[in-house]
Design a protein around this ligand. Structure first.
Ligand SMILES: Nc1ncnc2c1ncn2[C@@H]1O[C@H](COP(=O)(O)OP(=O)(O)OP(=O)(O)O)[C@@H](O)[C@H]1O
Length: 917
């Protein structure tokens, strides 16, 4: 083994304790890195790699960063998913003989970082700890920056762990190595990269002390063990007290709706599927919070919709009150606007990194509390009054800060200028001495100018030479010989001192040193005093966040005309005029077409939705799920009326966004999801499957789709929305009592297709896949060829020459034949022909029928069944002159040339006519 110098030996010894981290080894004014650390860091940080003699045969690779700029470099490494161990000199190098003692003072890891870019204002930075013992899995999630600490546990189950971790999106996961291995394979599910740190050491004693015996004894065993492991890791990395982790928030998973990571992504709850950005998500739409802690709480609520009626009602009550009280809402908003991030301020106070500005931010925030409390206490909402009553104003903390800290506090806490005069007698004395000294120097300058006659004579100060008298070279001749003692020569000036000046300098500097030391200790005393009040401040922060969330949800609900949902006693779901909140918000004014939904035992718990691509099927299905989630987080919902049951779990199989996962095929992913669904769904779940059975051959896909639907119907009997391109599945309506066919209406005119976005009863007969391909801009050559192929497929299937519109799912002529023979569905044009309606008149009447459904019906008609029924209605329409006249008057209305009054009168006429239809 190579013999290194004592310093390198010391380095290697310290490095032993930080094998998985970069070791920032303090040498004077630099943090140096050696060996592999240096090679990698020089690449990652783009800094120069040098070498150093270290006693071995070869030079040791080395690179370094100045200590005062280290923060930025550390953050860059953390952002890249590394850990950094900071090794400081523990003795004063100038007074130590031999090697200075050095040791690690903190290990910064992605899950324990306290500041920097990684810590976004409105989101959390979680470190998650997972353990398993005696058949129980426990999870603790901790955000050191805010002091939040959640803990929960269940009977072991990999899915549960995956779902729960998905909610926290941790930066780092620690815990049982075997569990970490299991989770590693799920990594692509998480929105951001995650660092895994196997950790098995548990320190129960430490955890007991951290949380207090009273709390500890009430914790379930597995949760306690999980926390003991977490605390051991935090202790090892932070090496300081963690006062911000004063309270544990245990929770029961069964109290919340379960949303797996796919569902959360598919429904775009907190980020969009494509860009993975917040913009375009439900959180983006709802987030009108004024404070960062409010924003984080809102996100947590979206992630964890409630399952119990009473707490949901409690939330809705507050939102309802504020929805109707614009002025109170505004007043609350104005007060909240002035409140800083209390949780993070408290985190910094506990961590010891809070400065004078943080103290003032805390003071200003606390100053808003009396007004906020008063607004809540005098409100008409029982929920808000209860919150108001429990708010602790922490007035003496505010006064304490106000007495101590100057208004315009500096960033540094070590350079003085932070404590108010009048706060501490000794500090005032020192200040007086220092300013007397300075005055004396100003007087000396004036006196010497007079005595020497040199007007440009000045007295300056620098850290190396202290105070000096400076005389420019041109004036040197005028200076009496021997008046001053020469100290320093510059290019165009000479600097001098006098014994008197040196004496005063000593006094001033001593006073200043003492002053800054005293200010620093007064500041830390104040910080420690406030540290002792952390639980009070954290409780207050929670209340503020909750009020913020209520005003936010009320404001969004009022702006977007959401309504208060009624939580149904049974299992029924009834929505009138339901909308997708985000699609509606991004579409231009009132362009969104509302659709009702009824899912009940009587009306059918399963909707089988057919319709062309682009018709709005996915949007519709998502909107039902979002409305349920919004109701269960305690928000109003986008509908004209809503009765919702308490859904225990939502499963979704939507779109192709998750195709990338772990190299599995789309079809395998779909089947794996369906498997979980069959195992976990209960009668209180909501299942959403988009294009069930795609991704395999048509006949097999259809067979699987039918079998799955039957299973959901017969065995799970929960609510389900299923969309499919297999129009042939419409026959299921006959065998499954609880299944109803619906389709998204379209209007064909000439070679154009108009998507009406209206859900109508009955199955659709075409997918208009090639039409959509044209809309997407595919070359005309491909489109023409596709239509040509389609015609030949149709001919093969219907040699008689009748035409049928096929869905995009058809893969081969053989499959087409198979479908044609197994189909029980008659295409409308075929029905029209056989019923004697000429083809051209059929298409125009069909237009009218679809239009009618928009003008005439909010709720889907219940007496219609499938396309065959639609064609029966066609005949009915053709024969009904009143309907024809009604449609003609709508068609002939010249809207562009009408006055508003004329339009009103037309509408009135139509309304009267409609009564007679
Ligand atoms: N109710 C509605 N009102 C207005 N526009 C809508 C409505 N529903 C959907 N849209 C618009 O239509 C587009 C297509 O909708 P969606 O993706 O739901 O169709 P789809 O039937 O699921 O299509 P595909 O089968 O191709 O996935 C959406 O991007 C949206 O802009």
């Amino acid at each position: 083994m190579a013999q290194y110098t004592p310093m390198i030996e010391q380095y290697l010894k310290v490095k032993e304790g930080a094998k998985d981290a970069f070791l920032f080894f303090r040498l004077g004014d630099f943090y140096e890195m050696f060996f592999e650390d240096a090679i990698l860091a020089s690449k990652e940080l783009e800094i120069t790699l040098t070498g150093r003699e270290g006693g071995g045969a070869e030079k040791i690779p080395m690179c370094g960063v100045p200590y005062h700029a280290a923060e930025g470099y550390i953050q860059r490494l953390i952002e890249k998913g590394y850990k950094v161990a900071i090794c400081e000199q523990l003795e004063d190098a100038s007074v130590t003989k031999g090697m200075v003692k050095r040791d690690i003072v903190r290990v910064v890891t992605p899950g324990t970082v306290m500041d920097g870019k990684i810590i976004a204002d409105k989101s959390n930075n979680y470190l998650v700890c997972v353990t398993e013992s005696d058949g129980m899995m426990a999870l603790a999630a901790c955000d050191l920056t805010t002091g939040e600490l959640y803990v929960t546990s269940v009977l072991s189950g990999a899915e549960w762990l995956r779902d729960e971790i998905g909610i926290y999106e941790p930066a780092e996961i620690i815990g049982d190595p075997a569990l970490l291995e299991l989770l590693r394979s799920e990594t692509p599910l998480l929105a951001k990269p995650v660092v895994y740190t196997p950790w098995e050491k548990r320190e129960e004693e430490l955890a007991r002390r951290q949380f207090g015996e009273a709390v500890w004894v009430r914790l379930e065993k597995e949760r306690g063990q999980c926390l003991a492991l977490l605390i051991s890791y935090l202790n090892e990395t932070q090496r300081r007290s963690m006062g911000q982790l004063s309270q544990i928030s245990p929770y029961e998973p069964g109290n919340y709706m379960i949303l797996d990571p796919f569902t959360r992504r598919n429904l775009e709850l907190t980020e969009t599927v494509r860009e993975r950005s917040k913009k375009g998500s439900l959180l983006w739409l709802l987030d009108r919070t004024e404070t960062s802690m409010g924003a984080r709480l809102l996100r947590r609520r979206i992630d964890k919709p409630l399952l119990q009626r009473a707490p949901i009602e409690r939330r809705l009550e507050a939102v309802d009150y504020l929805y109707n009280q614009f002025i109170v809402r505004e007043d609350l908003r104005l007060a909240l606007k002035e409140i800083y991030d209390l949780e993070r301020l408290v985190g910094r106070i506990a961590f010891g990194s809070a400065n004078g500005r943080d103290m003032n931010a805390l003071k200003l925030s606390l100053a808003q509390i009396p007004a906020l409390k008063e607004l809540c206490m005098t409100s008409g909402s029982a929920t808000l009054r209860e919150i108001g009553a429990s708010m602790d104003e922490c007035a003496e903390i505010r006064e304490d800060i106000d007495r101590a800290i100057v208004e315009d506090a500096p960033v540094s806490v070590r350079d003085g200028g932070i404590i108010r005069s009048g706060y501490h007698a000794r500090l005032d004395e020192l200040r007086e001495a220092s300013s007397n000294g300075k005055r004396w120097i100003a007087e000396l300058e004036a006196k010497e100018r007079l005595a020497t006659g040199i007007k440009s004579l000045k007295i300056g100060y620098n850290k190396i030479f202290g105070y000096f008298i400076e005389i420019t070279k041109s004036n040197l001749a005028a200076l009496p010989e021997g008046r001053y003692e020469r100290k320093q020569t510059l290019a165009n000036a000479e600097r001098f001192v006098t014994p008197e000046l040196k004496e005063k300098e000593a006094l001033i500097l001593e006073a200043q040193d003492k002053m800054t030391d005293l200010e620093y200790s007064l500041f830390t005393e104040l910080r420690d005093r406030i540290s002792g009040q952390i639980p009070r401040l954290q409780n207050l922060a929670e209340k503020v966040a909750e009020i913020d969330v209520y005003q936010c949800l009320a404001a969004v609900s009022a702006e977007h005309r959401f309504v208060k949902p009624v939580l149904s006693d049974g299992y029924d779901l009834r929505l009138e005029g339901g909308r997708h909140p985000v699609v509606e918000a991004v579409l231009k004014e009132s362009a969104f077409i509302a659709n009702g939904s009824t899912l009940s035992k009587e009306d059918g718990n399963i909707l089988l939705i057919t319709g062309p691509n682009m018709a709005g099927k996915s949007t519709y299905m998502r909107q039902v799920a979002l409305i349920c989630i919004m109701a269960q987080i305690g928000c109003f919902v986008p509908a004209s009326s809503a009765e919702v049951p308490l859904i225990d779990r939502i499963f979704t199989r939507i779109g192709a966004a998750d195709d990338l996962i772990g190299g599995q095929s789309t079809f395998m992913v779909e089947m794996a999801d369906i498997q979980v669904m069959t195992e976990k769904a209960t009668a209180r779940s909501l299942i959403i499957i988009d294009e069930l059975g795609r991704g395999t051959s048509t006949s097999e896909g259809m067979a699987i789709a039918q079998a799955v639907i039957e299973y959901v119907h017969d065995t799970i009997s929960c609510k389900a929305l299923v969309s499919t391109h297999f129009h042939e599945l419409a026959h299921l309506e006959e065998s499954l009592k609880g299944l109803k066919n619906y389709s998204m209406a379209v209007q064909e005119s000439g070679d154009k297709v108009n998507f009406l976005r209206k859900l109508v009863p009955g199955a659709a007969d075409s997918s208009y896949g090639i039409y959509c391909a044209r809309l997407a801009g595919l070359p005309e050559g491909i489109i023409d060829r596709a239509y040509g192929l389609l015609r030949s497929i149709e001919q093969a299937a219907y040699p008689g020459g009748s035409s049928i519109h096929y869905g995009g799912g058809l893969e081969s002529q053989a499959a087409a034949k198979e479908v044609a023979t197994t189909s029980i569905q008659q295409p409308e044009s075929v029905i029209a022909e056989t019923s004697g309606i000429p083809a051209d008149s059929y298409s125009s009447i069909a237009d009218e029928v679809v239009q009618l459904s928009i003008f005439g019906e909010e709720e889907p008609r219940k007496n219609r069944k499938g396309s065959a029924n639609q064609s029966a209605v066609v005949t009915e329409v053709q024969e009904n002159p009143a309907i024809k006249e009604f449609i003609a008057s709508v068609r002939n209305a010249d809207l562009m040339n009408m006055t508003p009054l004329q339009a009103m009168s037309l509408l009135n006429d139509l309304k009267m006519k409609a009564k007679d239809l």
